[in-house]
Structures are given as structure tokens and as C-alpha cells.
Design a protein around this ligand. Structure first.
Ligand code: 13P
Ligand code: SF4
Length: 305
């Protein structure tokens, strides 16, 4: 294959490899549009996990970040799971280690730990139950009122859940840099002024003062569902979500809340990388069986709810 191969040829080659290798490609909503164009499923973390759980393919190629590929491997252990770019991680997931969580649990032996799926396998293994941004409220609600809860690692999602349920929850001080620092109240004030009548849709990883201003707080799937049914919206999450929706619905009136909210990790892979990863079956994700067993329990508890 020559270096000048264009995207059209790459897509054809990838489609061919998918058939020959019995592979499925799962793509997160924040991925570049060229990668979304070859996805079998494009969705939020929960959708990708659910698709991985029911996948029968020999290979799952995850175009997203590491925790998403690890989740797919846990739920589909028989498949070879590949990650589109070996260095695509989630810095928030690294804001708590399994050791730190173990220490916290030792000091608070009665605590029930709920971990956001944006976490390491080790942290999942130390947690009682997992959640995603689309089901976090429901998951916490399933825990009896008299139990004390620690929510890790995202302080903003944890605070949003606590506020929604009017329940006291201990929250770890992690955050997503993209939502926490690159979406600001100045952005909110500007779009409210420039686009009156537009609904403000924000991801719960945004800080509380922004969540408070929103007309809808939802996962990336929730945001996409709203836009499918409505014509005027401000997209308050990573910029790739706006790009996807703008591409899907060019006739609708959509604006990004912040053009600076770009997740560098989600943009690491290219179509060429996807092709190479699938062709050479590189970037395979493996998980130590003992940890996998424990982490899977937390994930399955979530999927049962
Ligand atoms: P979603 O599950 O809403 O797609 O969010 C994942 C994520 O990483 C948000 O930053
Ligand atoms: Fe992680 Fe934030 Fe990127 Fe989502 S947007 S993958 S939480 S760094």
C-alpha cells in the first residue's frame, strides 16, 4: 500500500478487512468524522459497552480511549479487542489509582463505591458498581438510602448525581480537563446572548455552575437524541459531538458551547491508524484474569440495572 492512499481507498480496505477478519468497529461520539464514517456503531460509553457485551465478532476495534477498549474486553473476553491508538487514554481515569481507593475504603469501611466507567480496571475492581454519564443517577438511586456512597473519579458527575437525588455523596476530586476548564461561564453568557431561543445541552462532566444553567444535562447519546427531535441547540460538550451533529443535520440550527473543548486523546487516531491496527492486529488490550473477574462484577451490576 502506498503512502498516498486516500481516505476513499482506506475506507474500502477497512471494509474488506472487517469482512475477512470478522471484525466490528465501535466508535465513540467524540472521534473524528472520518473515523465515525467507518464505524458499525457510533455512540456514548454505555452504548459502546452494551454493543461490546452482545458482540459475537472475533475482533472488536475500539475507536475511543483506553478505558472503553478495556470495558469491551471485560464484556467480550472471547474477542480480540484492539484500540485505535495505543496512547489514547483518559486523563480523568488516571486521577484515582486502585491503591488510593483501597486506602480510602480502609478508612471508611462502610462506604459503597460507585465508579464512573471513565476509570482504570484496577479502580473498577475495587468498586461495588460502575456507571456511565447516562445512567449515573439511576445507578446511585439503586443503592439503599442508608448507605454512604463514594463516587469516583469525576467530582462534577458526582455532584450532579448528588444534586439530582438530593443525597449526600462523597466525591473524589477528579475532573475532565476538557469539560472542567475549556467550557466556561463566559461561554454560557455569550451563547445565551447570541442565540436566544436555543436550548443549552450540557454534559454532566461540566462544572456545577454550568450544569445549573443548562436546559438539558445528558450523556452524548442524550444530547444526540435531543437534537434528533429538535432544531435549535447549543452543544455543551467536547467539540466532536457538535461536528457529528452538524454533519448529520446540516439544516438544523446548532452551535458549539465552546470551540476550545477538544479532547486530544479522542483525536489521536486517524483513518490510516484504524487501517493499520486492523490489518496488523496491533494495540491488543489484555487484562489480568483476577482483576478482570472483580471489575466485571461492578460492570455487570450496572448492566443488570
Ligand atoms: P459519554 O458516555 O456521555 O459519551 O461520555 C464519555 C466521555 O468521556 C465524556 O467526556
Ligand atoms: Fe476523558 Fe474528558 Fe476525553 Fe472524555 S473528554 S475521554 S472524560 S479526557
Amino acid at each position: 500500500m502506498t503512502a498516498e492512499i486516500n481516505n476513499y481507498q482506506l475506507k474500502k480496505e477497512i471494509e474488506e478487512l472487517k469482512k475477512v477478519k470478522d471484525a466490528i468497529i465501535l466508535v465513540h461520539n467524540y472521534q473524528p468524522l472520518e473515523i465515525q464514517s467507518i464505524g458499525d456503531i457510533i455512540g456514548d460509553s454505555l452504548q459502546l459497552a452494551q454493543e461490546a457485551a452482545k458482540a459475537k465478532s472475533s475482533i472488536i476495534l475500539m475507536c475511543g480511549v483506553k478505558f472503553m477498549a478495556e470495558t469491551a474486553k471485560l464484556l467480550s473476553p472471547q474477542a480480540k479487542v484492539l484500540l485505535s491508538h495505543i496512547e489514547a487514554g483518559c486523563p480523568m481515569a488516571d486521577m484515582i489509582t486502585a491503591e488510593e481507593l483501597r486506602d480510602y475504603k480502609q478508612q471508611h469501611p462502610d462506604i459503597v463505591t460507585v465508579c464512573y466507567v471513565n476509570s482504570s480496571i484496577g479502580v473498577k475492581a475495587e468498586s461495588y458498581i460502575c456507571c456511565t454519564s447516562s445512567n449515573a443517577v439511576k445507578i446511585v438511586q439503586s443503592i439503599p438510602e442508608d448507605r454512604n456512597i463514594l463516587f469516583v473519579p469525576d467530582q462534577n458527575l458526582g455532584s450532579y448525581v448528588a444534586h439530582s437525588l438530593k443525597r449526600k455523596i462523597d466525591v473524589w476530586k477528579g475532573y475532565c480537563n476538557v469539560h472542567h476548564h475549556f467550557i466556561t461561564m463566559d461561554d454560557v453568557n455569550r451563547v445565551r446572548h447570541e442565540y436566544p431561543g436555543y436550548k443549552l445541552l450540557v454534559h454532566p462532566e461540566c462544572p456545577p455552575e454550568i450544569v445549573e444553567e443548562a436546559d438539558l444535562v445528558a450523556s452524548t447519546k442524550g444530547i444526540a437524541d435531543y437534537v434528533a427531535a429538535n432544531d435549535y441547540a447549543i452543544i455543551g460538550t467536547e467539540y466532536g459531538m457538535y461536528e457529528q451533529l452538524q454533519h448529520r443535520y446540516p439544516q438544523k440550527h446548532l452551535q458549539p458551547l465552546s470551540v476550545n473543548a477538544i479532547c486530544k486523546n479522542m483525536k489521536k487516531g486517524s483513518l490510516k491508524d484504524v487501517y493499520t491496527v486492523l490489518r496488523d492486529e496491533i494495540n491488543e488490550v489484555t487484562i489480568e484474569p483476577e482483576i478482570a473477574k472483580k471489575a466485571l462484577k461492578a460492570l455487570n451490576r450496572m448492566l443488570e440495572i
